[in-house]
Ligand binder design. Sequence first.
Ligand SMILES: Cc1ncc(COP(=O)(O)O)c(C=O)c1O
Length: 364
Amino acid sequence: MAEAVTMQLPAPRARVQAMKEYHPPLGCRDALRLDFNENTLACSPKVREALLAISMGSLTRYPERAPVEVIVAAHLGLQPEQVALTNGVDEAIHVLFETFLDAGDELLLPVPTYTMYEVYSSATDARAVAVQAGDDLEFPFEQLLAAITPRTKIIAVANPNSPAGSVATRGQLVELAARAPHAVVLVDEAYFHFHGETVMDLVGKVPNLMVARTFSKAYGLAGLRLGLLAGPVEMMRWVRRVLSPYSVNSLALACLPPALEDTVYLDWYVGEVLAARTEFEAALDAEGIRRWPSRANFVLVEIGALHGDFVRLMRAADVLVRDRSSDPGCEGRVRITIGTREQMKHAAAALHEAMAALRAGSKA
Ligand SMILES: Cc1ncc(COP(=O)(O)O)c(C=O)c1O
């Protein structure tokens, strides 16, 4: 019998050893998934057609993203050199942090916010500086300005932000960029379509502004992993050095032009979500549940100490919602994605039952 050999396995970098594991919750496939802020229905039928027409050649050859970047740049009113397609916005964030964050640098983050900023920054040698929003979860503009130091290297602002759907104004973002000219101001417009306001037109005009967009939300292509980063040519050149040339696959590239073209579908879906949000907010108000004003396809609600039971009761009714209690300043709060009106009627019925069960339980 072979003797067991004790081997010293190679150790990862100290920074990686200190990283927390991140496990997004797994969902039951058949439930109504209101826990990830995706499109809850479907992508454009034009995208499905493009998928069915995929040739063998597109599977055997490495993907070529440059021609699609030309189309996307034209759609955004930018130069192709100002735009890079990425494997979701997550890759854009990852690559941007790898490109710019060095030891001794600071990443400024208004919190609570999207989890992956902290995850990716914790793999770098920079320090994440959290700027806590108040109880209203509004954009902490003055506090952010006060937190800028000569070491600030990136300021990451999701606009609208998650989990509350609050927004920064264009004026605030421009001033932030002006007050930190030595830093990259990343505006993550993942939920742009539901908000309708953008700073994409300032790319190349404000020298330190970069903007990210995703195709995972309104476009309904989260499974394809497709996002983009836009910024001044000079800064995009550095980013491209770090970015894998093949991280966006051929299927995603084939689907992007029809997704962009089908504005009728996009407008319909966004209109549906906005109408559903208004109706769902009325259901929350009828239950007397505190909610935060949202400019995105989700709403944050205050459930209180029984938040875990609430999430379980909703799950038992086949509606998945996201407990945000561990987000800074969000104890007892749950985020609910907004889908179509029909889906949200079902969600509202589940909500009424869950609240009735919680009330009955607390009286017992
Ligand atoms: C603010 C924000 N940015 C980016 C993402 C991720 O986008 P993608 O699916 O393109 O990686 C999310 C997803 O929830 C998000 O909330």
